[in-house]
Design a protein around this ligand. Structure first.
Ligand code: OAD
Length: 315
């Protein structure tokens, strides 16, 4: 049933209004400013599990969130590497969906600098959908970046080795991770088998200092890249924001979730696109004037963004 919060025609009117030439107080043209915050739900239709919500899943009966910490890596780097080897493999073996493509088309359809897409996803699917890199910020890093963990205590945690590599799509990364990468571990775990311990010397090694490599993702308890944060902060503070798209995220993890209120404070109408957006809890959280569209981001984004991206077949 169409209600004010899920009225597609009203959303289209808003999108048309803000994206057709408006002017500033002194009469100069002012492009629309749209911010998006994406989460795991954007990639759910591609076949990747979410962390929370109705499509959440476990890895080997373990809570994935408990493996995404520096403490878990210190305690058992082999176990954490198995988890990331599996995630790298699964991400490489699915395809970007219509939601990723619609957002990439939105970025291409708007004037440069007027759309910023913040993604918490590390799966590489937005880049693979050809989302222009200048309007995409990977808040939590990437499964396909690797960096050295060789840290010198005397330098108070500053890295002794600065080795970083981006977009390394090797699968598996090393022989010890081949069963994790190909899903053999999954089958073993399902039958109740213990996962064999992988010694550190069999894990991915830094080619520069021979130390241990780690996934280039942000773990719980770690800070986001300060340069990235400064850049986003400048964009947010530069002017009024017209629209905030909150896509497939539980918006429980900060600082990412904080951008929703920052955008609202900067004048934005907030539109949530999420499988659970119209659940009783979702509707209770709605503020006057907000939009909430309950459903798959892969179905909804092409429809909602149509005034900018057109009516092509995004499937
Ligand atoms: P969550 O798993 O917390 O939330 C995913 C959201 O997507 C839920 O609200 C689901 O209802 C919704 N959803 C599921 N399928 C959907 C679909 N097809 N279309 C639209 N929505 C759908 O994922 P994030 O919010 O991304 O961080 O989680 C934030 C961070 O917590 C992640 O980046 C990761 C995680 O632990 C780190 O690892 C640091």
């Amino acid at each position: 049933m169409t209600m004010p919060h899920n009225d597609v025609a009203a959303f289209h009117d808003l999108l048309r209004r803000i994206t057709t030439a408006s002017t500033t107080a002194n009469g100069t043209p002012r492009p629309a400013r749209i911010l998006a915050l994406c989460g795991a739900g954007l990639s759910a239709a591609s076949g990747l599990a979410t962390f929370r919500g109705s499509t959440a899943s476990l890895w080997h009966t373990r809570d994935p969130i408990k493996l995404a910490t520096p403490e878990a890596f210190t305690a058992d780097p082999g176990l954490v590497w198995r988890f990331y080897a599996y995630r790298r493999h699964t991400a490489l073996n699915v395809q970007p969906n219509a939601g990723h493509r619609a957002l990439a088309a939105l970025a291409k359809g708007l004037p440069e600098g007027s759309f910023l897409c913040l993604t918490q996803n590390v799966d590489g699917l937005s880049p693979r959908a050809n989302h222009p890199p200048e309007s995409l910020r990977k808040l939590h890093g990437s499964l396909f970046d690797l960096r050295c963990v060789n840290v010198d205590r005397k330098t108070r945690g500053r890295p002794r080795c600065d080795y970083v590599v981006q977009d390394d799509f090797s699968d598996p990364l090393c022989p010890a991770l081949s069963t994790a990468a190909t899903g053999v571990d999954e089958t073993a775990a399902a039958s109740g088998a213990e996962l064999p311990h992988i010694p550190v010397n069999e894990l991915p090694k830094c080619p520069k200092c021979h130390g241990l490599l780690r996934p280039g993702v942000v773990w719980f308890g770690e800070a986001l890249d300060p340069m990235l944060m400064v850049g986003i902060g400048k964009w947010v503070a530069a002017d009024t924001i017209d629209l905030m798209l909150v896509i497939g995220t539980s918006a429980e993890v900060y600082p990412a979730a904080g951008y929703i209120e920052e955008a609202r404070d900067a004048g934005a109408v907030v539109a949530t696109i999420n499988l659970d957006a119209e659940s009783p809890a979702g509707l209770e959280a709605l503020k006057p004037g907000d939009f909430a569209f309950g459903g798959s981001a892969a179905d909804l984004l092409p429809e909602l963004l149509e005034p900018v991206i057109g009516m092509a077949n995004w499937k």
